[in-house]
Design a protein around this ligand. Structure first.
Ligand SMILES: [Zn+2]
Ligand SMILES: [Zn+2]
Length: 117
């Protein structure tokens, strides 16, 4: 990075903690740029004010990636299978992950389902 030519302009070093999964995308929509003038400030700021969390793997993740990472590492804590609410798919069941909002769909046996046609 070139040094400023105007003596009243100075180059500022700014440290930002990135998410281990989405890198700098986690603060794209933030009004303020998180971080600080030292590495310690950047880490403290991220953890204290921006809900950046340390996962069991020792890495830092933003809130959204923290839940995704937990599901990738431990598997989804699926809710129970429910009948699909989509009338065009009476042979489907769905289940949701309450942690990361993932959805799984399966086709169930037609037994017990009567056709209205
Ligand atoms: Zn992230
Ligand atoms: Zn999940």
């Amino acid at each position: 990075m070139p040094a400023p030519t105007n003596p009243q302009v100075h180059l500022l070093t700014w440290y930002i903690a990135n998410c281990a999964r989405c890198a700098e995308r986690w603060y794209e929509d933030c009004d303020a740029v998180p971080g600080g003038a030292t590495e310690a400030r950047a880490l403290g700021d991220a953890i204290r004010d921006w809900q950046i969390k340390a996962a069991p793997d020792g890495k830092l993740y933003c809130e959204e990636c923290f839940t995704i990472q937990a599901c990738e590492a431990e598997g989804h804590p699926w809710d129970e299978w429910l009948p699909s609410r989509a009338v065009e798919f009476p042979d489907r069941e769905v289940r949701y992950c309450p942690r990361c909002d993932d959805v799984e769909v399966r086709v169930v046996a037609a037994a017990g389902i009567t056709s209205n046609v």
